[in-house]
Design a protein around this ligand. Sequence first.
Ligand SMILES: Nc1ncnc2c1ncn2[C@@H]1O[C@H](COP(=O)(O)OP(=O)(O)OP(=O)(O)O)[C@@H](O)[C@H]1O
Ligand SMILES: [Mg+2]
Length: 255
Amino acid sequence: MFHAHTYDHYQVPASPLIQVEHLTRIITTRMQKTMLLNDITFTVPTQSLFAINGPSGSGKSTLLNMLTGIDRPTEGRVIFADQELKAQGENVLARWRGRNVGIIFQFFQLIPTLTAFENVLLALELGGGGGLRRKDWRERALTCLDMVALSSFAHRLPAELSGGQQQRVAIARALANDPPALIADEPTGNLDSATANSVFTTLANLTHQGKTVIYVTHDPQLASLASARIDLLDGQIVNEHGANAIITSRREVHS
Ligand SMILES: Nc1ncnc2c1ncn2[C@@H]1O[C@H](COP(=O)(O)OP(=O)(O)OP(=O)(O)O)[C@@H](O)[C@H]1O
Ligand SMILES: [Mg+2]
């Protein structure tokens, strides 16, 4: 790893964090074959705020599940930080996921019986602590809550927090093991617009701390805030910006 200051008089081309190459996902049932994703090629630049935009049913969540190794392509491949996500055992993939991606869900998915602090601590337990020794985990959990401006709510249960605060806990939890990427499926979809804006700003600002933030949205306005994006329709990329994407069919997205 070189030091940026040594090279800052050059324009060093950032290598992408993720490369998706000719990815296709087909589900075959007894009755029929359904093409969920059709020949998807794009890259996610390192430290970008990256939007996957498209209407309901366009394949956004299916694609996210490929990026996190939760689902596997029928054809094509995903290369994450120069490493191909191959079919490996669930344990290997779960460990990989714990180190490399923090996942944020639309409905927060916090453990209701654990406090905010304990929810973040649990992520450290499950993810191995992001290279930290166990004795430093409690402090790390508090640091993560501080990063989302929630330190004073650390000992509250999810039910004692607002929706926006719960989503901030989920962001803190995603940060726990210090992964390079945060991946969020409609992270503000369940929040009122003022709260949504503030949670989105928190997420977007993480790119200034070196994180690559990938978010799914069907909201064109939210997608327009991204530094790079792809627009999906019927499992194809129909538009893109800054993502080196191959557009297989150019159509207007009405999401
Ligand atoms: N297991 C499955 N079997 C068959 N079809 C599926 C399966 N999972 C998803 N689909 C279909 O694939 C398409 C894409 O689904 P996906 O969940 O990726 O859409 P999405 O863009 O995330 O939509 P939303 O905005 O509603 O969350 C949809 O038409 C969906 O019905
Ligand atoms: Mg979805």
